[in-house]
Design a protein around this ligand. Structure first.
Ligand code: HH2
Length: 267
């Protein structure tokens, strides 16, 4: 899943694709690079990011979704907490609602997801985007994230979302201590995969990579760590990785697959 943030302030690519022509050019690049899906976001979730009105968010994402849809049948997801934005994105051609609040932000989120009949990616986050990194606490991060995701999947199904349309995401970096929570969660991903839904994993360029690397390197200096973390997710059985650097990640996955195939055909 290739990411395009149509925002002025996203943590890793903010401002680069706020211009519609630049965003469409990036979409074309990610498709050519081998993305199987594009994730379009119009509001940054990083702590301290400016809140965006519903109308402004729609004005950012809908023209891009429409423009991509006019030239490609690739699945498109919309990264939003707002049901009205999801609805507008679906009319424009999106097929998956990627919600970092797991359909908890608005009272009608669950009902709108059921009504749209769309896929939903339900992500774990402790707290709210503005304050989530202040003091995250867990007794057992893997068990708590797994229990939360199982409960949100149940809530979605109870509201009428079909089981086969549900994806789960552990929400790396969302209300998690950089190393004490993100690393055990990545090490315990098989438990989330074991819930029986496709798992989406977003590790690309995230801060824990800079922390592991010692020097707190900036987002665009974290490609090696992003690929390492993506491959560890694939080894645990995740179904999709959400990434900014599609070409390099696709190459890593192709090599990974080729070796796995050689291993399984070895007599
Ligand atoms: N991470 C980000 C945003 N949306 N959605 C899912 N399902 N999983 C993630 O891990 C995830 C996500 C944060 O990354 P980015 O989009 O690059 O930054 P920002 O939120 O600042 O736009």
């Amino acid at each position: 899943m290739g990411v395009i943030n149509v925002t002025p302030d996203s943590f890793s690519d903010g401002g680069r694709f706020a211009d519609p022509a630049a965003a469409l050019a990036q979409a074309r690049r990610l498709i050519a690079d081998g993305a199987d899906m594009l994730d379009i976001g119009g509001e940054s979730t990083r702590p301290g990011a400016a809140l965006v009105s519903q109308d402004d968010e729609i004005a950012r994402v809908v023209p891009l979704i429409r423009a991509i849809r006019a030239e490609s049948s690739l699945p498109i997801s919309v990264d939003t907490m707002k049901p009205a934005v999801a609805r507008a994105a679906f009319v424009a051609g999106a097929t998956l609602w990627n919600d970092v609040t797991a359909l908890r932000h608005a009272p009608d989120s669950l009902a709108v997801a059921a009504e749209l009949g769309c896929g939903v990616a339900l992500m774990h986050m402790q707290g709210e985007p503005g304050t989530m990194q202040a003091e995250p606490r867990y007794n057992d991060v893997v068990a708590e994230v797994a229990d939360f995701l199982a409960a949100r999947a149940e809530a979605a199904m109870a509201a009428g979302v079909a089981r086969e349309r549900i994806w789960l995401d552990p929400g790396i970096g969302f209300g998690k201590h950089m190393l004490d929570h993100n690393l055990p969660l990545l090490a315990g991903l098989d438990r989330i995969v074991g819930l029986g839904f496709p798992v989406l994993l977003g590790v690309s360029r995230k801060s824990f990579i800079g922390a592991v690397d010692g020097g707190g390197r900036a987002g665009d200096q974290r490609l090696g760590g992003s690929i390492a973390a993506a491959l560890s997710g694939v080894a645990a059985g995740v179904a999709a990785v959400r990434v900014h650097d599609v070409r390099e990640t696709v190459q890593a996955l192709r090599v990974w697959d080729a070796i796995a195939q050689a291993r399984s055909s070895d007599p």
